[in-house]
Design a protein around this ligand. Structure first.
Ligand code: S3P
Length: 190
């Protein structure tokens, strides 16, 4: 008996590699984590989310880390992890929204990787985040607007490319990101 095979043939499976780490930056709710995951799935490259990495390393969620060691303690952990990931084999790295606050972090981002800023408005971010209690610094819309405005110069300073995510879904953002990375020779076919 002959069975039909549904598995992909070798030539329908393209293997890619990254020439340097790709850092996705931007405010909470910009879509960094879902875009990194989707790009990883579509292009067969590896991705990591910095907050998830910190949570696994510390054995606690972000909210508990903020409660126990405050924002200063959290920022120290964030810098350690950024340094580690920036020096590992290249990955798609979705960064926490405040990673650009430290000058040392900004230097690492600029020197070690290709940085893509996913821009989002406070209103759209609030709609996208299902559980705002998991984001200790997202207290209300007005303060989110203020934080975005104060961070904007830092996001722009380190960005090699900017994607405006308003009214776009994760599929559209990923498609845009993929073409930027291919055009810039960051994502190459092996
Ligand atoms: C933060 C963003 C969060 C997380 C922490 C602080 C920020 O990450 O790192 O709550 O300062 O903007 P996401 O941007 O992935 O939500």
């Amino acid at each position: 008996m002959v069975y039909k095979q549904n598995t992909p043939t070798l030539n329908s499976f393209s293997v890619n590699h990254l020439v340097k780490p790709v850092f996705l930056i931007g405010f909470m709710g910009a879509g960094k984590t879902s875009t990194a995951r989707r790009l990883a799935r579509v292009c067969h490259v590896a991705s990591v989310d910095m907050d998830t990495y910190i949570e696994r390393r510390e054995g606690k969620n972000i909210k508990d880390i903020f409660d126990e060691i405050g924002e200063t303690g959290f920022r120290r952990l964030e810098s350690e992890v950024l340094n580690e990931l920036a020096n590992a084999d290249p990955l798609i790295i979705s960064c926490g929204g405040g990673v650009i606050l430290s000058e040392d972090n900004r230097l690492i981002l600029k020197e070690k990787g290709f940085v893509v800023y996913l821009r989002v408005s406070a209103g759209e971010a609030a709609n996208r985040i299902s559980d705002l209690s998991s984001r200790p610094l997202f207290t209300n819309l007005e303060s989110a607007e203020r934080i975005i405005a104060s961070r904007e110069p830092f996001y722009e300073e380190v960005a090699d490319a900017i994607i405006d995510t308003s009214a776009k879904n994760v599929y559209q953002i990923t498609k845009e990101l993929k073409s930027i990375l291919q055009r810039e020779d960051i994502l190459c076919q092996a």
